[in-house]
Write a protein that binds this ligand. Structure first.
Ligand code: NAP
Length: 259
């Protein structure tokens, strides 16, 4: 546990969440006796229970976020969103500038290929869709619910999806299966899943971090090709990699830690 100073105890941070890492941060802050609020977009029906109070839903762009920060006397803004939640991250940078509220992002490095990986890196979802043109394949589509519609342009494939909530609308593919699972995922289970559905290609976002790495290791073990979508760019901001570093930042009055 990190010991915290007076500034951390009196701080009223807002954590932009929706990730395993944000949940770990909330737990660490709760254990350290710190207060704060965690914010969810509301994409998941039942977000994991958090040890800190939570709010749900968009703020209404940069101005809405800036207004929320002021009205709720937020002292620190912590961006612990997913690396592909780039709109929220851009809004956080802008709102921090407008309000003068210090911002830190808790980030995880992207995955890098290791021997045995068969990755084709593409710059975005559109490029991944283009890379799927051609003969019918059996595809594990690990891109999240919001990007599914883009892949409807290639209806010739079988698609295996993994989703947290049951789909509310028909899936946009003639041949697909959706597995309900929110993890944590293990490599042997993901390997067995790929074998059960005779998957011969995976599409993944380069999310980074350990929580979703099982499928990458499973694809390697099976010698499967992976279309790996690179992260979208986000503006420069102060970044750290662990809950302890965020708590240290709160404790030091949000000065630049040289990170
Ligand atoms: P996004 O495209 O960057 O954000 C779109 C809009 O959703 C934002 O402008 C904001 O609306 C609202 N929003 C996003 N995150 C929010 C949060 N934590 N609290 C309140 N409002 C939020 O984000 P996204 O990719 O849709 O991701 C949404 C959430 O899912 C995030 O919390 C992210 O951490 C989580 N997530 C995303 C992915 C992914 O692959 N994108 C994967 C796992 C988890 P307003 O402009 O109205 O404020």
């Amino acid at each position: 546990m990190v010991s915290q100073g007076v500034s951390a105890i009196s701080a009223n941070p807002l954590i932009l969440g929706g990730t395993t890492e944000a949940t770990a941060l909330c737990r660490a802050m709760g254990e350290a006796g710190l207060r704060g609020t965690v914010s969810f977009a509301g994409r998941v029906e039942r977000p994991r229970r958090q040890p800190l109070p939570q709010r749900v839903g968009g703020f209404g762009g940069v101005d809405g976020l800036a207004r929320y920060l002021k009205e709720n006397a937020v002292t620190h803004l912590i961006d612990a969103t997913h690396p592909f939640a780039s709109q929220m991250s851009r809004n956080a940078v802008e709102a921090a500038k407008i309000t003068g509220i210090p911002l830190i992002a808790m980030t995880r490095p992207p995955w890098v290929p290791v021997p045995g990986d068969r990755w084709t890196r593409v710059p975005g979802t559109g490029a991944a869709v283009s890379a799927l043109q051609g003969a019918s394949r059996r595809v594990l589509l690990a891109v999240g619910r919001q990007s599914l519609q883009d892949f409807a342009a290639n209806p010739q494939h079988f698609y295996l999806l993994r989703v947290v909530d049951p789909p509310v609308a028909p899936l946009p593919f003639p041949d697909c299966e959706a597995i309900l699972d929110r993890g944590p995922f293990e490599e042997p289970n993901d390997r067995a899943l790929m074998q059960r559905f005779a998957i011969d290609l995976m599409v993944s976002k380069n999310s980074g971090g350990p929580a979703a790495y099982a499928k990458i290791a499973a694809a390697r073990a099976l010698g499967l090709p992976v279309i790996m979508i690179d992260r979208p760019p986000v503006p420069a901001r102060q970044e750290v990699g662990t809950p302890e570093a965020v708590i240290a930042w709160l404790s030091h009055g949000a000065t630049d830690l040289g990170v």
